[in-house]
Design a protein around this ligand. Structure first.
Ligand SMILES: NC(=O)c1ccc[n+]([C@@H]2O[C@H](COP(=O)([O-])OP(=O)(O)OC[C@H]3O[C@@H](n4cnc5c(N)ncnc54)[C@H](O)[C@@H]3O)[C@@H](O)[C@H]2O)c1
Length: 270
């Protein structure tokens, strides 16, 4: 949900205060995709403030430059590229392990659909949404795992959504893509847990970011538009999501693998 939409509809912002844990990611490199905006930006900053080296990857060169220029004291390494393109993915991971200390991956980059239903969705929207949310997450994880296997430790956090847990939060393309992310998360957790690699997912509710997502479907508006407003506890700040993501990345979550953690102010408990 964009800040403009939030202001227009007067949706409540759920209060959150960030509490930095000094040194939590010292000597660790973490890749954050989609690091130039929203949840990815807040996550990259949180890891870097806690001593980590962050490979801040995004398709937007301009926004990445702003992120780095605004935070010269932090160890942020910008890498421009699309997670949907294999060559870009390979470059991101190679830069990340240059010091042989790659520890984590946050598969955050994602795009929304337009709330279109199965009878309305175009091939183009389906391919674009799956190209980033599913193919991108798969490609980044596939490229990263060999580096983590060498060290026999690491943590991966995938961004799913409330739309990955139910059918009433987005259109069919986004909903299916975020369900797929949960499947990838659980399979990866089972396959690589014995090698010291954990893989978990976070399911945010509404968050104040630039993701957009116009309601283009009259059917979706009727079926879920009003219901979402009634049941939603409000929207979270990106920093609130960064706190959940970094906890899952950190050794404190060492016993958590294959989990889907809702970070939605209780929305999905409704
Ligand atoms: N904002 C929400 O309400 C919400 C709710 C549930 C889940 N999520 C998920 O959280 C994640 C982050 O979303 P956000 O709300 O911060 O969005 P955002 O649009 O603010 O940021 C996403 C970033 O990803 C980048 N990006 C897009 N396509 C890319 C690609 N192919 N390669 C590399 N980077 C790319 C964009 O340039 C942008 O900087 C997404 O996976 C999204 O589905 C968001």
């Amino acid at each position: 949900m964009s800040e403009r939409q939030s202001a227009e509809t007067q949706i409540k912002v759920i209060p959150f205060t960030e509490q930095i844990i000094a040194g939590r990611f010292a000597d660790k490199t973490v890749i954050v995709t989609g690091a130039a905006s929203g949840i990815g930006r807040a996550t990259a900053l949180r890891i870097a403030k806690e001593g980590g080296r962050v490979i801040a990857s995004d398709i937007s060169s301009d926004r990445l430059q702003v992120l780095v220029a605004d935070n010269p004291q932090l160890n942020l390494v910008p890498v421009v590229g699309s997670i949907s393109v294999q060559e870009d993915v390979d470059e991101i991971v190679e830069v990340a392990d240059a010091n042989d200390d790659l520890y984590g991956l946050v598969n955050n980059a994602g795009i929304m659909d337009n709330f279109q239903t199965i009878s309305e969705v175009s091939d183009d929207v389906w391919e674009r949404v799956f190209g980033v949310n599913v193919w991108g997450t798969m490609r980044m994880t596939r490229a990263t795992i060999p580096y983590l296997l060498e060290k026999r430790q690491g943590a991966i956090v995938n961004l799913s959504s409330a739309a990955g847990l139910g059918g009433g939060a987005a259109g069919v393309a986004y909903t299916a893509s975020k369900h797929a992310v949960i499947g990838m998360t659980k399979n990866t957790a089972i396959m690589y847990g014995p090698d010291g690699i954990r893989c978990n997912a976070v399911a945010p509710g509404g968050v104040i970011t630039n993701i957009g997502g116009q309601m283009l479907s009259a059917r979706a508006q009727e079926r879920i538009g009003a219901a979402m407003l009634v049941t939603s506890p409000g929207v979270a700040t990106p920093e609130a999501l960064a706190a959940t993501i970094t906890w899952l990345l950190s050794p404190d979550a060492g016993n958590v693998n294959g989990a889907v953690v809702s970070s939605d102010g209780g929305w999905k408990a409704f």
